[in-house]
Design a protein around this ligand. Sequence first.
Ligand code: ADP
Ligand code: MG
Length: 421
Amino acid sequence: MSITEKDLQVSLKKYFGFSKFKGLQEGVIQSILSGQNTFVIMPTGGGKSLCYQLPALMQEGTAIVVSPLIALMKNQVDAIRSVSEHDGVAHVLNSSLNKTEVKQVKQDITNGITKLLYVAPESLTKEDNVEFLRTVKISFMAVDEAHCISEWGHDFRPEYRNLRNIIQRIGDNIPIIGLTATATPKVQEDILKNLGMSDAKTFKASFNRPNLYYEIRPKTKTVDADIIRFIKQNEGKSGIVYCLSRKRVEELAQALQVNGIKAVPYHAGLDAKTRSKHQDMFLMEDIDVVVATIAFGMGIDKPDVRFVIHHDIPKSIESYYQETGRAGRDGGEGHCLAYYAYKDIEKLEKFMSGKPVAEQEIGHALLQEVVAFAETSISRRKFILHYFGEEFDNETGEGGDMDDNVRYPKKQQEAKEEVKL
Ligand code: ADP
Ligand code: MG
């Protein structure tokens, strides 16, 4: 069966209601439909899910989708069902299902109704699931959040290391699709190696966010006052302030409130009701600023966040990129301001001291990159993109002048002295 561009457009419209592919999607989908191993690296929000959902819906057999997050799997399944004639088109297979439900899932797969089967990696290691999947037609296997396979990724999950074995047991020559938003060359190598797909056709989108302005300021005793001044200068705009600890979040949120800024705290120590209330207040613009730990942000899709402030420097460039990436989703202004003091790096090192040695070494290496980034005098955008394996020329590239180092160049020496404060 040969699938034309027109067929793809028609299916895109039919299943998702979109009239155009986003970025590299079309090429990825063609690669999957041709049965090749495929590797997709796109920033968060790039549209990776559709890359495997559409070909799964268009092909015979069931696509197995491995994903680490049960909540996200459920969302995706609900979304697919809402545009299909049969609820069985997508299923989740996990330990929360009772016997009758499992039977139904298996029946739908056997009858060729199920096009997408979402599984957590630990469910795939269950012997009877593997035995069952061996007996049915599998179109391909998609490994979402594939960086979980790498110790160098920000979310290492040992179960991901077994996937290659399991896929081979389920069937010979099942095409594998790996997808991730982590762009570091080291993690990419790990993914290809561990999934045994060095032959994969690779699609990598640019990680450049030309509308974001990157700025690092030395962190001094007056950091809170400095943050308050910045927010007041940006009155009425939405922003997020990240702090390392819950305590700091509470204190800073209070300081902002005292200064007449509409701000609320957000961290995992607050009860679920308060958290969701504060999140809604932010989305509905009843408040302007959320002061938060990194617990805030996953899945938050507010397009007009105008600034992201890091009161404390993050533990890796990936984290910095993810967190700053929540600014300017709509393509408009996005100011990313981080405060840096070397003693915060030492604090982060200390946090790791109880962890296994291998983890500490990786954590240390990631932190050294953060230090280099904070102390660099070259274009910050160039630094970030280089870290992600991407060449960038800030003389000609889009957004090339959108950082403090390029706008206000300073001599290396001056920069060094300043950060010692
Ligand atoms: P990722 O997994 O890469 O972070 P998602 O798959 O969650 O991204 O998609 C991000 C958003 O982009 C979703 O809201 C999705 O509906 C939307 N999207 C995906 N493909 C298209 C498209 N071709 N046209 C318009 N919107 C799209
Ligand atoms: Mg995704």
